[in-house]
Design a protein around this ligand. Sequence first.
Ligand code: TRP
Length: 338
Amino acid sequence: MGTETKAEKKQIIFSGMQPTGVLTLGNYIGALKNWIHLQDNYHSLFCIVDLHSITLRQDPAVLRKRSRELLMQYIAAGLDPEKNIIFYQSHVPAHSELAWILNCYTYMGELNRMTQFKEKSEKNEANINAGLFTYPVLMAADILLYQADLVPVGDDQKQHLEITRDIAQRFNNIYGEVFTVPEPYIPKVGARIMSLQEPMKKMSKSDDNENAYIGILDEPNRIRNKVKRAVTDSLGVISYNDDQPGVKNLLNIYCSLRGETVESALSHFEGKGYGDLKKEVGEAIVDELTPLQDRFKELEKNKDYIDQIIKTNGEKANQLAQRTLQKVQRKVGFPSRI
Ligand code: TRP
């Protein structure tokens, strides 16, 4: 990252996912697939945010397993670990250190307004811990440590990005230009993929009903069956509108994966029934995910290769993070190290 001239300086992208649950087709179309397109034009960091995960109780063995699986799914989906920095948040202590400092520049009132905190605390009344409350500050630290210009996030994270910007600006106002103030990155294409069972709700890996989502590692027949069971409507006509959310969702999946426009898909399905639509959507998903699943299986066998990636990418992230952290420590007045 050091040798470019200003004119060709690539922007920095940071994004992350929690290693809880399997990745769904929704995560794949809404996030991962877009990230793959970004990797040539940006310096990208993709983080497995395990520190964030422990705001809800996790089984340690499962968390460890899922973290590694998420990293392998990133790579299997096509993120190149040579071009991008793919790493575990917990391997870079600077995230926790900067989060502490930023906690002291964030107001209780701001955090109290976070809708995700309110939702999560209603769901987990027995464990409303301080980490859940300061979750957005850790997220701000993730982003600001790497001087990210752009952050691809879904709707549910926009408020967290907003607070990140507020914290960065507040800090810069006191100490000078320490942080890049990040912008949300909204991909040009890519529909929001909805639940197959309740198409007004987002497809979610934490859904209790497994038929509501496609896991990107689901077996082909499981995928076909889930699509076959997808909720549609009784109109029996394939058209694209909000009164037919189930059909609309299937068309969105079809278009995203086959690279077609809605118009061309509609003419393709003209006169056909929901059975045909489901069959073709199922095949489109299987065609897309099979190569990814094959690569995943290969990576699973390649323990040393994955270990090496974890090590070298962790080192790269640590190096970048240290630059910002040390600057911040100096600015706030901590004694320098000799
Ligand atoms: N909070 C995000 C989510 O649950 C994950 C996340 C953590 C993240 N740190 C981030 C996303 C930084 C983007 C940038 O989806």
